[in-house]
Design a binder for this molecule. Structure first.
Ligand SMILES: Cc1cc2nc3c(=O)[nH]c(=O)nc-3n(C[C@H](O)[C@H](O)[C@H](O)COP(=O)(O)OP(=O)(O)OC[C@H]3O[C@@H](n4cnc5c(N)ncnc54)[C@H](O)[C@@H]3O)c2cc1C
Length: 419
């Protein structure tokens, strides 16, 4: 009997446990999944809680509900991976041996990394919405807030769901408009990027939308510290932005045990060096990495974990059967961007192709519009929660191709001038 061990029973780990349980011979392989927490949070729902669109209980389930019978579930924190010895050690003292390891321990926000962020104003006038606790407390704060300067700040660019801060800004505009107090709130979007988003076409479209909604973008702002006494953000080049209410997206890092295991990449953020196509660890050949835990240059998103999962399943089966790993992940990401007032945009891209305008998933008929703000996209975003619980986590196949498709995308023709 061989042991396949999965670290992390979040989006990617749960999905892999379900997929592998269906195809591996249970007389030859035992599957074990380890997580420090018994609760499964639907993280995309954290965006909606501050605005009362979702209630906290809408995003909470137990992990066990989604794990197939026959998979061993251990609730304990992984303290170390010992790759040379093919085992992991747990905080509770146990050692778990493996023949094949999948690391799916995700990413967390670490406000402690920025001076002044987690001090006296924390959860009084400074909130995050990337955690269950943060988004729930922020809902109470917004409910009673009388207005002023609302600052949404990205401390770093490498964050999970890079569009979520933009969605927060759009939803804040709608929330205060609907409450009849938009004129009492100034909204600032303070980012280290030079525009609204990383990719040029999407950045242009989203930048125009922010402007239309009277949300001021402050670009190229690298936060150094938060001055609690003066309620001020201070950048490395000494620029200052005052706030009455700060919604922060703190530094995102991989699990601490990655550092403990000496497995992180050079930038110290605890993301694991991973082959961007095969998803095999660059350090140990019997270790694979999926989801937010990798350092692959794709978005950190549930949709990405899903597309990676299809590739990883194929490659693990090839690896077990001593065949070449031919499945290649192309960086495919597909993200809805909620824009408020019952509408949303949609972007679809990969390592090589930036988000383009067009129709999705089918050419001409769509029904969803790429880089367009539509009501249908909004229904797609709301339907994602059902898709997440029932299709994504359970390892079923979605009717969207694993590799990004160019069907329906509008490719601008290069203009050639002849002299
Ligand atoms: C506000 C917000 C909005 C988002 N919106 C979207 C969206 O609209 N669309 C989208 O596709 N994605 C969205 N995402 C991103 C998406 O939720 C994540 O990318 C996805 O959950 C990543 O899956 P994962 O399995 O890699 O990590 P996770 O789902 O975070 O799972 C990691 C698991 O590892 C466990 N773990 C960590 N360390 C240890 C340890 N040492 N020992 C044991 N267990 C450990 C954790 O407890 C956790 O259960 C959003 C995220 C946030 C925060």
């Amino acid at each position: 009997m061989k042991n396949l061990v999965i670290l992390g029973a979040g989006t990617a780990g749960t999905m892999m446990a379900n997929k592998l349980n269906k195809v591996l011979n249970n007389k030859l392989w035992s599957i074990t999944i380890i997580d420090k927490d018994e609760i499964h949070y639907y993280q995309p729902g954290f965006l909606f809680i501050p605005f009362g669109i979702y209630q906290p209980e809408d995003v909470v389930r137990t992990k066990l509900e989604f794990l197939p019978r026959g998979v061993n579930f251990i609730v304990d924190e992984v303290s170390r991976i010992e790759g040379e010895k093919n085992h992991v050690t747990l905080k509770g003292g146990r050692t778990i041996p493996y023949d094949l390891l999948i690391v799916a321990t995700g990413a967390n926000v670490v406000p402690e990394e920025t001076p002044g962020l987690k001090e006296e104003l924390w959860q009084k006038d400074i909130f995050d919405f990337y955690t269950y606790e943060g988004s729930t407390l922020l809902a109470k704060k917004l409910d009673n807030w009388k207005g002023g300067k609302l600052v949404i700040n990205l401390t770093e660019t490498l964050i999970k769901c890079p569009v979520a801060p933009l969605e927060f800004a759009f939803l804040a505009d709608a929330y205060f408009t609907e409450k009849g107090m938009r004129d009492k709130v100034e909204i600032f979007y303070v980012t280290p990027l030079s525009g609204a988003f990383t990719k040029p076409k999407a950045s242009k479209m989203l930048g125009a939308l922010l402007e239309e909604k009277r949300i001021t973008v402050i670009p190229d702002f690298y936060l150094q510290e938060v001055d609690n006494g003066r309620k001020m953000l201070i950048s490395y080049d000494q620029k200052e932005v005052p706030f009455d209410l700060l919604v922060t997206i703190p530094v995102n890092k991989g699990a601490d045990m990655v550092e403990e295991s000496n497995l992180g990449d050079e930038d110290g953020l605890n993301f694991i060096p991973t082959d961007k196509h095969t998803l095999q660890s660059k350090k140990f050949e019997n270790m694979f990495v999926i989801g937010d835990a990798t350092n692959v240059p794709a978005s950190k998103a549930g949709s990405v974990a899903h597309f990676e999962g299809e590739i990883l399943l194929e490659n693990i089966l090839s690896y077990i059967n001593h065949l070449p790993m031919e499945a290649k992940f192309d960086g495919h990401a597909n993200c809805f961007i909620e824009t408020g007032f019952g509408k949303a945009a949609l972007i679809d891209f990969n390592y090589n192709t930036e988000p383009l305008a067009g129709k999705f998933p089918w050419p001409v008929v769509g029904p969803m519009g790429l880089l367009k703000v539509t009501r249908v996209n909004h229904f797609g975003k709301l339907a994602f929660r059902w898709v997440y619980w029932h299709i994504l986590l359970t390892g079923k196949t979605l009717p969207v191709s694993t590799h990004m498709s160019m069907a329906g995308k509008e490719v601008e023709k290069e203009v050639v001038t002849l002299n």
